[in-house]
Write a protein that binds this ligand. Structure first.
Ligand code: HEC
Length: 314
């Protein structure tokens, strides 16, 4: 009797296992654009020094992945600043429903300690992992994720500002940009992952005609993640009345190429970097007339606020 019972139980269990297997298989083949095994599974190290495999990081949840390196002087600081805003926008879902992964494209130099300091400088919250690993393996992962190709000669120049958003369970992946407007990226991510909005979605009928100058547009897009005009310091100094504390030629040179001024030993640039905890003002590759338009906007905005600011750097 007990033998038959055991046999029955075994066959029921067997059927359950086969059915579950088939279901899982169905789900996979139906929707996965990338075959299983397409994404490599390198052993990575986080900014906390934990060692973890890539698949264990992404399993069963949504991820937003970008590349960076800690001493980047071009676009990465802007990407990191905007991801910070995206993290604020997505709120408590970050760490629970989605994790941010910033993979270093300079794994030889980006030690856990260097990445930890970088994350702290920006104030990156929980649920955001900065990752490094063995160079060739990281390069393969970055390439497969469509985040650029790291060449053997210049690992740093080849990274992109792409943000790759994916959901391991459904196997769906999409591309957006880490330097786009974080409000827009947050909305894209919510829609892609099918998250209901918590507040009422804005109605297009409430939209007003866009009346902004190109200086304001450039400022919002390239500077506002780190600077305010009259609302206090963010990652960088409040720029209200900056034209009164710095001369015009210095401002133009600094906004065009802050990295070159640091390298040339400019004392003001060095003092600013020290004062802002090592967060770097990025070189955004702006054309001279774009720089002038932005400075014109900052000046006009400061004038509208009136008087001299009390806050601001010296
Ligand atoms: C990733 C953040 C970030 C972005 C983006 C950024 N900045 Fe900065 N900026 C800083 C930081 C940090 C400092 C101070 C430390 C330093 O100079 O590295 C700074 C310093 C400055 C200063 C000097 C302020 C002073 O008190 O003398 C000016 C001017 C400035 N930025 C303008 C801009 C403009 C214009 C843009 C957009 C084109 C911009 N920044 C984009 C972070 C940023």
């Amino acid at each position: 009797m007990s033998g038959r019972w055991r046999l029955w139980l075994a066959s029921v269990l067997g059927m359950v296992v086969v059915a579950a297997g088939l279901l899982a298989f169905e789900g996979r083949t139906a929707t996965r654009p990338w075959e299983d095994g397409y994404l490599p599974n390198p052993l990575l190290t986080t900014q906390h020094g934990e060692r973890i495999r890539f698949h264990d990081l992404i399993r069963g949840r949504a991820v937003a992945v970008n590349t960076f390196f800690t001493v980047c002087t071009d676009v990465c600081p802007l990407g990191t600043a905007k991801l910070l805003e995206l993290q604020r926008q997505l709120g408590e879902r970050v760490g629970r429903d989605i994790v941010f992964l910033s993979i270093s494209v300079d794994p030889a130099h980006d030690t856990p300690a260097a990445m930890h300091a970088y994350a702290a400088q920006y104030g990156a919250g929980p649920g955001w992992y900065f990752l490094t690993g063995q160079e060739a393996e990281v390069a393969q992962l970055v390439r497969r994720l469509g985040l650029g190709s790291i060449g053997p000669t210049s690992p740093r120049d080849a990274h992109t500002s792409t943000l790759r958003v994916g959901h391991e369970l459904s196997g769906q992946w999409m591309k957006t940009s880490s330097t786009d407007n974080p409000l827009y990226v947050a909305e894209t991510v919510r829609t892609f992952l099918g998250w209901p909005r918590t507040d009422a979605a804005p109605d297009y009928r409430q939209a007003r005609a866009l009346q902004i100058t190109s200086g304001e547009y450039l400022f919002r897009n390239g500077c506002a993640a780190c600077h305010s005009i009259g609302e206090g310091d963010r990652l960088g100094p409040d720029l209200r009345d900056v034209g009164q504390r710095r001369d015009r030629a210095w401002l133009e040179r600094f906004v065009s190429a802050p990295d070159a001024m640091l390298d040339a030993g400019d004392p003001v640039a060095q003092a600013l970097l020290a004062r802002y905890k090592g967060v770097r003002m990025p070189n955004l590759g702006l054309a001279p007339d774009e720089v002038r338009e932005i400075l014109g906007y900052i000046e006009a905005r400061s004038a509208r606020l009136g008087g001299r600011a009390h806050a601001g750097g010296h």
